[in-house]
Write a new protein. Structure first.
Length: 468
């Protein structure tokens, strides 16, 4: 990635902090976060669970009011029903239990235990709430054909997930959050095995994914990718559930999902309205949006093998659409939806995870750069070592030649000295020259000369020995 694409980490952390403060300023007196929809003004259980997931998992969040975060946990515990379930909104007998809300509440309570967020005196209370929520999820699933799934509301055995596309979208949506509650986040060890149930749920997701792929492959072939906007979140959710359940799709199916996702990514952060009716206090009916494409698309892209450029685009997109003054995000980045709390929680989850992945990729990039530099330095060192070895070998060869020359010089010097001394001594010993002045001089000179020659020869021999 070019240097121009490096992200301003301080700017991202500021955006995250601003969004977190907006959520904490959206608390009602009961400790929950506002649920914003056409008819509802109550706190939202599911919305609060979404926000709580962010606060419990954020890695880069500067210190905020953690006493308020504890209020969110206490609110979740207070809103649990006698049968172990949770509804979408704050407690009201007219509201039906929700697999979406129950699954997410159980999941975030498990994170609270795993992160040891609450006092030890609260652990047994939280664990008990988790176990009751898990029991409700196990008993509220609908089993048809050879798989299981969950309805948006309390168990309705007449529900058919194959009735129409609208039903399929809603059941995939509900079942996704239900299995979140039955899975265990890292660090949570109080486990009851749900492997058989999750295997049946996996078959449900595979069957639904296959149906959507068959339907929308035709859309791709007609080059009408715009029609995918209504189901973009559903395809993203298939990618995300595959991550949750450990790769339930074959490589072929996953590649097809990636192809659909790539087509959706042409305009990745918008969608048409995808809603289902919800009954609120007093019998009023409003709508619950089952699509938040920016969040679903962001998480799906992060769950795939993502490069730094994709991470960069996700982060820049979310920063661009955040309210500069209050720190919230609108549903699908469009002010006409008027929904801010739920979507801000999910936007923060995407932004914080994207920042973490970006930091990891940057560290990996730095590691590879360091490894490359080390490899280059090692190569240079090895080349220098090789050059030094060559020079050393050449010096040894030169030294050998010199030692041979010294040895030859020593032999010649000794030979010449010996011959000279013997010659002079022989000449002086002759009676005819014995008493001549020259003979007298040579007697006086010959001994020092001979000693000097022998001394020099000895030095040559010693020098020869020292060079071995």
């Amino acid at each position: 990635m070019s240097s121009s694409k490096h992200l301003d980490i301080a700017q991202i952390e500021t955006a995250i902090t601003k969004g977190a403060k907006f959520l904490l300023q959206s608390l009602y007196e009961d400790g929950g976060i506002k649920y914003e929809d056409e008819k509802s003004k109550r706190s939202g259980v599911w919305v609060t669970a979404e926000a709580l997931e962010f606060f419990l998992t954020a890695r880069s969040l500067p210190i905020v009011s953690f006493s308020k975060v504890k209020l969110l946990i206490e609110y979740i515990l207070q809103q649990q029903r006698g049968d172990g379930s949770w509804s979408i909104l704050s407690e009201n007998e007219q509201d039906k239990s929700s697999a979406i809300s129950t699954g997410h509440c159980v999941y975030v309570l498990k994170i609270a235990v795993a992160e040891d967020f609450m006092e030890c005196t609260m652990h047994s209370t939280i664990t008990s709430a988790i176990e009751r929520g898990e029991r409700w999820l196990r008993t509220s699933c609908i089993e048809k054909y050879d798989y299981v799934y969950w309805d948006h509301k309390k168990n309705d055995v007449s529900s058919d997930p194959n009735y129409d596309e609208r039903s399929r979208i809603e059941f995939v949506f509900s079942s996704y959050y239900a299995i979140m509650g039955l899975l265990n986040p890292l660090g949570y060890h109080h486990r009851t095995s749900d492997s058989a149930l999750l295997a049946k749920a996996s078959r449900f997701f595979k069957a639904q994914a296959q149906w959507f792929l068959d339907q929308y492959n035709q859309v791709l072939e007609s080059s009408n990718a715009e029609s995918l906007s209504n189901v973009a979140s559903t395809f993203c959710r298939f990618v995300n559930v595959s991550k949750l359940l450990g790769g339930i799709f074959s490589t072929e199916m996953l590649n097809k999902l990636k192809t659909i996702l790539a087509a959706c990514s042409l305009n990745p952060f918008t969608t048409t309205k995808v809603m289902m009716e919800t009954t609120f206090e007093g019998g009023d009916t409003g709508f619950t949006y089952t699509n938040n494409t920016p969040f679903d698309m962001g998480i799906a892209l992060l769950n795939l093998e993502t490069d730094v450029d994709t991470i960069h685009n996700i982060i820049i997109t979310f920063l661009k659409h955040q309210s500069a003054t209050e720190g919230y995000w609108f549903l699908n980045f469009h002010s006409s939806y008027k929904i801010k709390t739920w979507t801000t929680s999910e936007a923060l989850l995407v932004l914080e995870k994207a920042l973490h992945v970006y930091n990891v990729l940057e560290l990996e990039k730095q590691r590879k750069t360091s490894e490359t530099q080390c490899a280059e330095a090692k190569k240079i060192f090895e080349e220098k070592e090789k050059t030094m070895e060559t020079e050393k070998q050449k010096l040894c060869e030169d030294n050998t030649k010199m030692r041979k020359s010294l040895l030859l010089s020593a032999i010649i010097s000794i030979s010449l000295a010996s011959s000279f001394i013997i010659g002079i001594v022989f000449w002086i010993s002759q009676s005819s020259v014995n008493d001549t002045p020259l003979a007298q001089i040579l007697r006086i000179v010959i001994i020092p000369i001979a000693i000097s020659i022998l001394y020099d020869a000895t030095k040559l021999v010693r020098s020869f020995r020292n060079r071995k």
